[in-house]
Ligand binder design. Structure first.
Ligand SMILES: [Zn+2]
Length: 57
């Protein structure tokens, strides 16, 4: 059996449990695939939608 590890491209969090990565989001930015964990994808979504100040990070 092959087990793939999903790594968050923002915080570097790693998750082996596929069920948990279902809530993660994958977006393609400038041709590169970016994977965000549930926490980061939520924050990232807010940042993208509202173009919030970078100090939010
Ligand atoms: Zn993350």
């Amino acid at each position: 059996m092959t087990q793939s590890v999903t790594t968050c491209d923002f915080c570097g969090r790693q998750e082996q449990d596929e069920a948990k990565t279902l809530t993660w989001s994958i977006s393609v930015e400038n041709g590169r695939r970016r994977t965000y964990c549930d926490t980061c994808s939520r924050a990232n979504l807010r940042a993208m939608e509202g173009k919030l100040d970078s100090e939010y990070w």
